[in-house]
Design a protein around this ligand. Structure first.
Ligand code: SF4
Length: 210
């Protein structure tokens, strides 16, 4: 797809979801980091329920670093993958205390050295907590952008590179949210609702093939 059509896709999605914004709840970079680690293979709604109880008890890296993973596990169990998530959250909190005086670093390089923080989580934290232009590729962005034809690579990292090359930098962050909203509300993993999708009139490559 060329840049002009990609911009039309973004414009259609903006019309459809004028209120698109992050659906995870957080108030500072530390909460953003923890909520994003918890959100792997879990709904934002469930993460929000868990963090509403967790953050008042353990509001920062210093408090969380004092826990053992075993103590944290029951508090985050509902989010799934809780064994690994607890291990990573405690280890990341200890690293923040030990190396950054409890402050979440604002560079991708430093973030990705923290336990449990990969390309996507680092991108979400940079975007949501620090206002960077980023277009992190989660499961929705990966699926939907490939269906539409905004990307065709077969890994999230390569899809992110393609989206960065195709889309204007000033739409990256909003585009991330727009594509996620579309994936959650219309272009579902199993049964995309193409009949009511505004991209079905010549903008979505998957729809044009079928
Ligand atoms: S036309 Fe169908 S496949 Fe394409 S973006 Fe819309 S819902 Fe998804």
């Amino acid at each position: 797809m060329d840049a002009k059509r990609a911009a039309q896709v973004m414009a259609e999605l903006q019309k459809l979801y004028p209120e698109a914004k992050p659906e995870l709840h957080f108030r500072n970079p530390y909460e953003t980091l923890i909520a994003t680690i918890l959100s792997a293979q879990c709904t934002d709604k469930r993460v929000n329920l868990v963090t509403a109880r967790l953050f008042p008890l353990y509001p920062d890296a210093f408090a969380m670093a004092k826990l053992t993973p075993e103590e944290l596990e029951p508090l985050i169990k509902e989010c799934g993958l809780y064994h690994n998530k607890a291990k990573n959250i405690v280890a990341a909190s200890r690293a923040l205390v030990g190396q950054y005086d409890g402050v979440v670093p604002s560079t991708r390089e430093a973030l990705m050295k923290l336990p449990g923080v990969g390309q996507k989580t680092a991108g979400v934290v940079l975007l949501a907590a620090f206002g960077d232009d980023q277009i992190p590729v989660d499961t929705h962005v990966f699926r939907v952008s490939r269906r539409i034809g905004l990307a065709d690579a077969n890994t999230p990292e390569k899809v992110e590179q393609q989206l960065r090359a195709l889309l204007d930098r000033d739409i990256w962050s909003l585009g991330h949210h727009l594509i996620i909203w579309h994936g959650r509300r219309c272009c579902h993993a199993r049964k995309p609702e193409c009949e009511r999708c505004p991209l079905n009139a010549g903008l979505c490559e998957k729809h044009m093939e079928s």
